[in-house]
Unconditional design. Sequence first.
Length: 462
Amino acid sequence: MCGLAGWLAPPGIDPDELGAAVDRMSAALVHRGPDDAGRWVDASAGIGLGFRRLSILDLSPTGRQPMESADGRYACVFNGEIYNHRDLRAELERGGVRFRGSSDTEVIVESAAAFGAPGAVGRLWGMFALAIWDRAERCLLLARDRLGKKPLYAARIGESGWLFGSELKAFHALDRFRREIDPRAVAAYLRFGYVPAPLAIFRDAWKVEPGTFTLLRFGHPVRTERYWDVPVAWWDRAYKVAEPVLPLRFRQRQPGDKIRKAAALVGAARSKDALYWRLVSQWPAPGRLLPGAGPGRLPWESAGIDAEVSDFRERMTLYDLLVYLPDDILVKVDRATMAASLELRSPLLDHRIAEWTWTLPFAMKVRRGASKWILRQVLSRYVPPALVERPKAGFGVPLDHWLRGPLRDWAEDALRPGRLEEAGLRPAPILAAWRRHLAGLDEQYRLWVILMFLAWRKRWGV
């Protein structure tokens, strides 16, 4: 619903250079906020904040960003919406705070003034990515909401400080940013079809992780703290491991494809958790495609979570919550809506609902093959069963048909051996998958991952 960007540069930087850089970074995010633009610069401290606004709450000038606290200590840029801002406002007013407008941004910056920037973040309920500058401490705080609904990237640019923004494209506006691709991120992308946090596609950049804040300050190490933890301690209940319940999104439409994939999974998996990670992988061994890139493994794969969460079905849900939801699904939602300057809500991702659902027995979530069981029971009180029990309709597109039909020439040109080698990829396994797809087997998603990586490199000249 908005776009933020900024640069924490060495103190005393030329104010014109800092301001112009922040303007260029913000301009790259105009699609996220076409209604207004703002900039706040303190060159003596080396900080510049930029903002593009999609006006939703408080359309008056008192809602403009960047915004300073009344005492002048804090400056803030913020993307999202704080759902409990009225309660926080009332609490602050009882403490003597006098508000100038009605925006939730003002509630954030005055909360920082009352409780400190880290203390303010934990009080916020909603979807948000934000940056708060503390003038007294000369410290920048970057934070994301608990479930990762709004994106936030940061990057180190050597002795020139740090960049941050809602999207990586903001960093391209600064020549100081080194656009060197990170092989670890590419390996993870080839494996899963997306780049999992904290990795970003560039070596010097990273994603601020959901439920955390990061503190940046010259002369101090980068510090990241978690202000919200997934309540895994509630999961280890009396419901023991049963047959895995596979998510519908992984079921193949063609019986032959389903049997072939199942056979490969069963033959390759060493454990139930390995079965899950194999199931969610497009290219299970990305090192075979990208020499020297490694296996693209995630910390969760060897974190010993099974000792704390004994039910395999619950662990699958946990893995989805930690990786698939924030780094795949919510990324697509944010980019698709923001590309059209469109406001969107995810009401079931209120963190209080997420915490409550983890207290429920698994049988209240999936029962007799029906997912979302408890939600269906509630809906059946108010909605005709024919609407509740309809087959799930996703947002899939016929890539398999397109790649054999209208996109075939484009794909074959992109997959030429020389082009693949130029991107650092081994042609043999990719072209073998292409031949299998043309022969009628389903390799659409594995191929699409490759094609999108190639198209991205061409688009940004990296």
